[in-house]
Ligand binder design. Sequence first.
Ligand code: SF4
Ligand code: SF4
Length: 324
Amino acid sequence: MLDKTLQLQTISGSSSFPEIFFEPEIDRISLTTLQINLGKVCNQTCNHCHVDAGPHRKESMTLDTSSKILQWIKKHKISIVDITGGAPELNPNFRKIVSECRDLGTHIIVRCNLTVIFEEGQEDLSEFYSKNKVELICSLPCYLEENVDSQRGTGVFQKSILALQKLNSLGYGRVEDLILKLVYNPQDDSLPPPQKELEIEYKIELKKLFNIEFNELLTITNMPINRFRTFLERNKKLHDYFLLLKSSYNTQTIDSLMCRHLISVDWKGFIYDCDFNQMLNMKLSNQKLWDYSPEELIGKKIKTNDHCFGCTAGSGSSCGGSLT
Ligand code: SF4
Ligand code: SF4
């Protein structure tokens, strides 16, 4: 039976920051999804990025590693592949990976930042996506320009709107097998509002302002790691943010935490319980994905730490949006 208790402990003699331990012991229930992180190269440098991605980063999956991962997907008949980065499209082997997954009949999700569509060499990216029936999950933290640009960089909003209009023109968000989901995350150190209510607001505003349509809105809590953690520290808000996450702990999120149903592989082939653990270098072991079978990963204890409160606060949060 799982222990779902929590403890708030202050380490005497340490700084005034209370160490908050995430205590529930959780294990992996199933393995339906392989989340592949192709690296940290991105055309943007968003201030909440949990990957610390940007144009200056060099980490990117090689052809050899991606081939081994594709063989593993084929061998174990993985049903969903969720491709992320950075901007995964900037990896030279990205289209090969998508095409081969498509040939295997795998459902493909790509986390697209939208502006990458306007990068050199990506002119036909939207058409490539629609041809391969890729489900797209795209960040748009607000339908107002000022808010998007302050979080994701000047000019990002305008490009994102143009990209969404292009995707709509190809049928994304409008026909059954071209799924377009948008992602909202808070501008600051608050929790996301209720997902369904915000989705209705987004749908009305984006249609009215830009004639944009989409399938679903996913709300994601900002994780207190990497760039967002630095932002909180710089503004002396880290302590209060952790207290907010902890005090909003929701036991109903535990069974649907994404780490209980997926495994995350990095650009070198090492595996993690989720993309957040990957960014914190909480590897499962020094073995690579292809050293494991799915059966060995199911039932394995998940490595947790204080950042996990980001997934259990309020309605819960995951790469697929709220959990309850
Ligand atoms: S949040 Fe996404 S788009 Fe922004 S820098 Fe990070 S990986 Fe790139
Ligand atoms: S960060 Fe979230 S998804 Fe990752 S291990 Fe913790 S609870 Fe699971």
